[in-house]
Design a protein around this ligand. Structure first.
Ligand SMILES: C[S@@+](CC[C@H](N)C(=O)[O-])C[C@H]1O[C@@H](n2cnc3c(N)ncnc32)[C@H](O)[C@@H]1O
Length: 232
């Protein structure tokens, strides 16, 4: 419990610090690849016209933006506990009545049971302070027949890519310090990737939260993975 509280506080501090440099941070962490990964993520979501979608850990709204650009879905609920991150992206959605912002954590979602068709979370699950609770909440709010889709940094499976990424991740905090003047947020991000579950451990957690047909695909040798799961 104490660890969860500490993590909540630490994550809050990290995103308070980086909210205005968030896009730079994304490009640095992924060498620009996050744009391609997010496009693939939205393709995997396979959204239908009248769906209600949760963009959990929405941050500055990259996923909601891609969905809006495709003119898909009926309603998008952008949820994030960090008001600064949410607000940083809200200009884009100003005139779009189908997008709503909710300032809340993934562990306590202020939505009714079985109320959304798709629950999407991109680079957010690793930041939750109680991942099990966040997955149970995802299951609770998803309709029967609805899906869960998650994009996240995981464990690299291909040896050469692993070694290259390990070398690069040592440099990220230093590059972060040079570009945005602070290395602490980048140190957090690198260590949070190392401490997070493997692809298979996370798959098991989804099954423990009652999701069915859980699968994942690795992109770039497992630098990131997309997990998909269903509520049946
Ligand atoms: C790396 S950003 C991801 C933003 C966006 N989804 C993307 O793919 O670019 C992580 C976000 O997770 C949010 N976050 C932190 N703790 C969270 C929690 N407990 N539940 C949901 N989101 C959380 C942060 O505020 C931050 O905006």
């Amino acid at each position: 419990m104490k660890t969860a509280k500490l993590k909540k506080k630490l994550v809050r501090k990290v995103f308070d610090k980086v909210h205005h440099n968030y896009d730079v941070m994304n490009d640095m962490m992924s060498l620009g690849s996050h744009r391609l990964w997010k496009k693939e993520f939205v393709n995997v979501m396979n959204i239908k016209k009248d769906e209600t979608i949760v963009d959990m850990a929405s941050g500055t709204g990259d996923i909601a933006k891609l969905i809006c650009k495709k003119n898909l879905c009926r309603k998008i609920l952008r949820i994030d506990p960090n008001y600064l991150m949410l607000k940083n992206g809200s200009k884009f959605f100003k005139n779009d009545s189908k997008v709503m912002e909710i300032c809340s954590t993934g562990e306590n979602i202020p939505l009714k049971d079985t109320s959304v068709d798709t629950y999407a979370i991109s680079f957010g699950i690793r930041n939750t302070y109680n991942t099990k609770k966040a997955l149970d909440e995802a299951y609770r709010i998803t309709k029967k027949g609805g899906k869960f889709v998650c994009l996240e940094f995981f464990k690299i499976t291909k040896p050469v890519i692993k070694e290259l990424y390990q070398l690069y991740s040592q440099a990220i905090p230093l590059i972060g310090e040079a570009i945005v003047g602070d290395k602490a947020p980048y140190e957090y991000l690198i260590s949070s990737i190392q401490k997070f579950y493997t692809q298979d451990e996370f798959k098991k957690m989804l099954e423990q939260s009652k999701f069915k047909n859980v699968n994942y695909i690795d992109l770039m040798g497992g630098v990131v993975s997309i997990h998909t799961a269903w509520k049946i």
